[in-house]
Design a protein around this ligand. Sequence first.
Ligand SMILES: [Zn+2]
Length: 409
Amino acid sequence: MSLTRLSAPILQAAGLNPNRVRVLIVDDSSLNAFVVDNQTIFIHYGLINRVDSARALQAVIAHEAAHISNGHIARRMANLKSARTTAGLGIALAVAAAAAGAGGDAAAGLAFGTSSSAMRAFLAHTRAEEASADQSAGRYLRSAGVNPEGLVELHEIFRGQEVLSQGRQDPYMRTHPLTSDRIRAAKAYVSAYGNGALPSASDAYWYARMRGKLSAFTRSPSWTLRRAASEPYADVRHMREAIAHHLNSNLPAAVAAIDRALAARPKDPYYYDLKGQILLEGRQTGAAVAAYALAAQGAPSEPLILGAYGRALLANGQPKAALKQLEAARARDFRDARILRDLGQAYAQTGQPGMASLSVAERYALQGRLKDAGYHAQRASGLLPRGSPAWQRAEDILAAAERYNKRSN
Ligand SMILES: [Zn+2]
């Protein structure tokens, strides 16, 4: 996905594995970016729209990656366990279904409230952590060949918010305290190491594509259709128009537009993914399956695409084929609640009630609903062959639920 193209070199420079650390977009228009564990960086789409350049977005990613690499999260997780507040956070690790239709290129919703005071305290960084994260971020950007000026641009967005009351600040500002020292340090870094890095043509393209998709899904179709004409990349323009027609429920126009994008970039798996989504939501399940098959062929290890392919197969009455795709998706991303929900259906429809109950239990556990998880894990444990790996998974959830019940009584 386009975000992966922009983030992979930064994550690598931070010593993180781009296949393990994911950058997910949160369906929220306020400005924020944060990490809750060592595997996921969350960015609100509001911040992506606001930063206005690939390099500033890459600065956001570099800064969050530094919070991981510098151990700020690991320490917090350790404190969290001892402080016994996991339940209060609703298990911070929970990541829920993809949001508002943005599909494989973008999107995650969160199963927990990032606005709760416990969560805010968990996410808040100290000024010392902020300074060290900035310093590391500058280094990562430089070694990835990205102009570190993006870091200054990022800080400029929040400059001035310091004087606002907390209620009027953006959430990013509350969790990442900004001082004039930080802006000065970033500027000093740019002048010391130069901002000579040329903007990469490919970064600019992927940034335009990601923003085009996000804005088309979040703005009104008429706004998109008016603005898309001035989009410099022809295929991105067709994609934006396809989404606008789709939101207008004009299926033929949407399909024609995404086909024009595909004509410009044949085999692009993310355009096939979008075509599959348009067709599936337009109830053309057979055609959706065909589009997703091509998407999965081009991106065989992308869990969001495999999950969507499985969903289309389920809708098309092919639970056995769906199960294969959904199991592959789950193997690559065990934290996607939507995949688990579809997987439960596929197991139920292929006569595997024990596995179906286990999927339901795992989904509830991810969402921090341990009582419900325990109930379904109990069912699963009774149905699954004793001693099998799946039975063991059910037993693990059951044990966690019992610990939780004991604590909360
Ligand atoms: Zn920070």
